[in-house]
Write a protein that binds this ligand. Structure first.
Ligand code: PMV
Length: 353
């Protein structure tokens, strides 16, 4: 049987006139990065992430039966037609698995807890919240059992934005098949349940060194991996990194955790700098922050490290017991590299609600 088949809903028809639901879904930050994909949003390598908490999206969806179904998106209280084609594309991709959607108009009202111009991608949290809403409707129609909802939501979220699959659960989630991860799948993300306690309460302070949206979309970035001269070496490295990181997460080995996480961030950006066409998403402040973190770690032995997303902002990762010295370091040093001195203190969270 095609593995996708289990996700085709038993609910074929829309029997409710109207259904309204609100969901909250967080963003996430990858430790081993997903960069490169195949058809239908399948990852070229397995990835693993911390689910965040403060940075999240709250979405209310009203599904209403209609003879002429349409989609309306209201973002931060303002009707935003520019977002509607992306939602229509997502609905087209999931229609096979959610046939009951046919005949419903969707009114989507969404807000992010982080500023729009902060450079934090809202696609992971936004798509995860929307996927949860669709699965809630499916449940109300009797098409899915309560215990299967999160798996299906992750499966659907993946079809909207790959990394969104990892925003349904928390605090540590993997996506993509890997020998070290039993029950892992390319189709949906799963919770990593064997982590040492120290990683359950990890902090992520997001230093906004550059506000504004990304210059290169992740869709383009992923596609440039198809003909990348280093792609085989990169996918092999990601797999080795995953094995090392899984062991570090189980044992609470911070030294090994730091070595993998920082190497992953730099490898992601090295792929960007060596693709054709090449591009750079880091800013000079990004490098200044990285060097300051290295100097601080050397001097104080505080196990703080950095990671980067597909952008210039720096995520500072550290255990709960070191929050005071790290916050002092941010306030005294790193804040000066942030645009308008802006940063967000976030930490691991439990996923969508
Ligand atoms: O989910 P996408 O298509 O926006 O890709 C996300 C890619 C990275 O954020 C750079 C890495 C990751 O694993 O989240």
């Amino acid at each position: 049987m095609d593995q996708n088949e289990e996700f085709i809903s038993a609910a074929q028809t829309a029997t409710l006139e109207r259904f309204e639901v609100m969901h909250r879904a967080p963003s996430n930050i990858a430790l081993v990065k997903y960069w490169g994909k195949h058809e239908s949003q399948l990852p070229a390598n397995a990835s693993i992430s911390f689910t965040l908490s403060a940075a999240h999206t709250i979405t209310t969806v009203v599904f209403e039966k209609s003879n002429a179904p349409k989609v309306a998106v209201v973002l931060e209280g303002v009707h935003t037609p520019a977002f509607e084609p992306k939602i229509e594309q997502f609905l087209d991709r999931i229609r096979l698995y959610c046939p009951f959607l046919k005949g419903y108009s969707l009114h989507i009202d969404t807000t992010n807890t982080f500023p729009h111009s902060s450079g934090i991608a809202s696609s992971a949290s936004g798509m995860a919240a929307l996927a949860m809403a669709v699965v809630s409707l499916e449940h109300a129609l009797g098409g899915i059992r309560e215990e299967d909802k999160k798996r299906k939501a992750s499966f659907l979220a993946r079809l909207g934005s790959g990394s969104a699959a990892r925003s349904i659960e928390g605090p540590i989630v993997s996506w993509g098949e890997h020998a070290e991860l039993p029950h892992s799948s390319d189709l949906f993300a799963t919770k990593f349940t064997q982590s040492h306690d120290i990683f359950q309460t990890y902090h992520d302070s997001i230093l906004i060194v550059h506000k504004g949206s990304k210059k290169v979309s992740s869709t383009l970035g992923h596609s440039l991996m198809n003909n990348h001269p280093y792609k085989d070496a990169r996918f092999e490295q990601a797999s080795t990194h995953m094995s090392t990181l899984v062991h570090a997460l189980k044992k609470g080995n911070l030294e090994s955790f730091i070595a993998v996480v920082e190497s992953e961030a730099l490898s992601l950006h090295a792929m960007m700098m060596t693709s054709s066409p090449y591009f750079i998403l880091m800013e000079s402040q990004t490098l200044a922050v990285i060097k300051a973190i290295w100097a601080f770690r050397e001097e104080t032995a505080v196990p703080v490290c950095f990671t980067l997303d597909a952008g210039a902002n720096v995520h500072l990762l550290y255990p709960d017991q070191y929050r005071e010295p790290v916050h002092q370091f941010i306030e005294q040093v790193l804040i000066n590299y942030c645009e308008d001195q802006f940063y967000i203190n976030d930490r691991c969270g439990m996923g969508a609600e």
